[in-house]
Write a protein that binds this ligand. Structure first.
Ligand code: HEM
Length: 539
């Protein structure tokens, strides 16, 4: 870095510190007579940034919850956080008072993440504004409609490809697993699974950019305000942003061009373009963004539980066995289908317990408060960020005895606090605290539930999932279940394991099922195109 850059950084930091100190002095104090939230002692301006680790931040938040209680306050570089680790309290604030608890904080290292200035790009990060309201409605309609019709066939197709890839190249499973999730989303959005690799890369680019563990400018926020010519973070974000938006727009334009020739099959983009006049989005740019965003979200969210399900199976062969027995008897030897769900409580329990054991949004997603408020005698000023700490909710030993361990029986056996009947319906993952709260609750719950059911069911139907044996030392290769990234949405670090087809017959079946599915898909695409071209030529 140039000397000038260091000087500018220094000036920016000092300037920011002065402004923040002035703001801190001006900051609203709890009205006299009202309680101050408990919480760790705070250093002016810095708050607790000095001892809040970037890695596995949720563990520190939980540690503080164990000391300061289920609701406490902390500050980081000028922002006030209320951290909640009691589900009832989260509901009281984020659901019952959703009217003023549903905004989002600004993410420093994204341009206009809240869409305050009309960028309309990132639905989950938007403030509670008009763009958010209409995009939420739009996405909700698509995810619901898709649940009823389109995506189930797409999921089954991609799961068959995934199993075949595991037979052909088992060591590449971390890639093929995420690629499966990406292909499902790329087919739903643009009817083209070949976009999957780029789309997944783009998804992680955005997720990194918005996470506290991403660019330093999300923590040392003043650095973001350095002039562009000496600001590598802003330059990098310009590049990432422009590429991503350009790619999303290109996808929409490709579908539009195909539609003009009658060559576009069903996908969300075609659906948008057909109903453009009746839906209330502002046009192509906004539509390309909301659709592109859904594609990205469906990749980095579902990847986490899929990875952790594999780990759970490796470490709990007894549950793997029970699961395989359940699938074999309930599905008559076939790969599980959506309609088998009522007969597969053990599968649903293993999936739900995976999401409880290793929640993949462990800190929760922050809501920002839009007006001064009081809760249990405590003052919550406007602008406070509320963090529903999912890691703590799911480690509540009263609701989840033996919380550190993978115990699917807590969903299956009477006597456990979480047991619920009928087992044809429960357990299921919808409504888990992991999907958030109130007006901002996750829109992808049905899609998640269906994809996990089909993918995890297929894995248990097809393979014995085991530790891998090192070919040289002949020792089993260990897996560290506690190592992951520390982004807002978590997945474990790549690990090694083995996928042993449960029999030669099954192996042949996996290969054959994919061969047939692939031929059918290609034939359908070809027939559609030929029919469209014939029609076009006639007209
Ligand atoms: C394991 C899977 C998933 C988890 C754990 C998860 C979790 C979450 C969480 C915690 C939020 C924020 C809720 C809040 O602020 O209170 C959220 C929002 C959202 N999720 Fe998911 N999600 C998952 C999968 C999906 C999928 C597959 C999609 C769609 C393809 C999706 C679409 C969305 C959208 C659009 C929002 C923004 C809602 C808004 O801001 O109004 N999610 N999700």
């Amino acid at each position: 870095m140039f000397l000038g850059t260091y000087i500018a950084i220094g000036v920016a930091l000092v300037g920011f510190a002065v402004v923040s100190l002035i703001n801190a002095r001006r900051q609203k104090k709890a009205p006299v007579g009202d309680l101050e939230f408990p919480g760790p002692a705070l250093i002016p301006w810095v708050g607790r940034i000095h001892d809040l680790p970037i890695d596995y931040m949720w563990l520190k938040f939980k540690e503080w919850a164990d000391i300061y209680g289920p609701i406490y306050k902390t500050r980081m570089l000028g922002a006030t956080f209320i951290v909640i680790s009691d589900e009832k309290m989260a509901e009281e604030l984020l659901v019952k008072r959703a009217k003023i608890y549903s905004d989002r904080p600004q993410i420093r290292s994204l341009f206009d993440s809240k869409s305050t200035h009309g960028s309309m790009e990132y639905l989950p990060l938007m403030g509670r504004n008009q763009y958010w309201a209409r995009q939420r409605k739009f996405s909700h309609a698509y995810l619901t409609e898709a649940a009823n019709s389109q995506y189930r066939g797409i999921m089954q197709h991609e799961v068959k490809r995934f199993l075949n890839r595991l037979v052909e190249n088992p060591d590449d499973f971390c890639f093929s697993l995420e690629d499966m999730a990406s292909k499902i989303m790329c087919t739903l959005t643009w009817d083209n699974p070949d976009y999957s690799v780029y789309c997944a890369k783009s998804a992680w680019g955005l997720l990194t950019q918005m996470s506290p563990a991403g660019p330093i400018t999300n923590i040392l926020t003043p650095l973001w305000h350095l002039p562009l010519f000496m600001n590598p973070w802003k330059k990098a974000e310009h590049k990432r942003h422009d590429e991503q938006q350009g790619w999303w727009m290109e996808r929409l334009m490709t579908v539009k061009a195909d539609m003009a020739k009658g060559e576009a099959r069903f996908c969300w983009t075609r659906q948008f373009l057909e109903t453009e006049k009746t839906n209330n989005l502002s046009g192509d740019y906004e539509a390309s963004s909301v659709i592109g965003m859904l594609a990205l979200v469906g990749i980095f969210t579902i990847g986490g539980p899929l990875h952790y399900f594999l780990m759970a199976m490796v470490f709990h062969p007894e549950w793997q066995k029970k699961l395989q027995q359940e699938i074999d008897s309930a599905c008559g030897g076939e790969m599980p289908n959506f309609s088998d769900s009522p007969k597969l409580p053990i599968l649903r329990a293993c999936i739900k317990e995976t999401m409880r054991w290793k929640p993949n949004v462990p800190t929760g997603v922050a809501h920002e408060v839009e007006a001064d408020d009081f809760y249990k005698g405590y003052f919550i000023p406007k602008g406070t960020r509320i963090l529903p700490l999912d890691w703590a909710f799911l480690r509540n030993a009263v609701k989840y005895p033996d919380p550190e361990n993978f115990r699917p029986e807590r969903w299956l056996e009477p006597g456990w606090p979480t047991y619920q009947e009928p087992l044809t319906v429960y357990p299921n993952v919808k409504g888990m605290s992991s999907f958030g709260y109130g007006q901002r609750q996750c829109l992808g719950q049905t899609l998640t539930q269906d994809e996990l059911l089909i993918a995890c069911g297929a894995l248990a139907w097809a393979f014995n999932m085991k530790k891998k044996v090192d070919p040289v030392t002949k020792q089993e290769i260990d897996i560290d279940v506690n190592k992951s990234n520390s982004l807002l949405i978590v997945k474990p670090d790549n690990f090694e394991m083995a996928f042993e087809p449960r029999s030669e017959k099954k192996k042949a079946e996996i290969v054959e099922q994919w061969r047939v599915a692939d031929i059918k898909d290609q034939a359908e695409r070809k027939a559609f195109l030929e029919a469209a071209r014939a029609k076009y030529e006639k007209s």
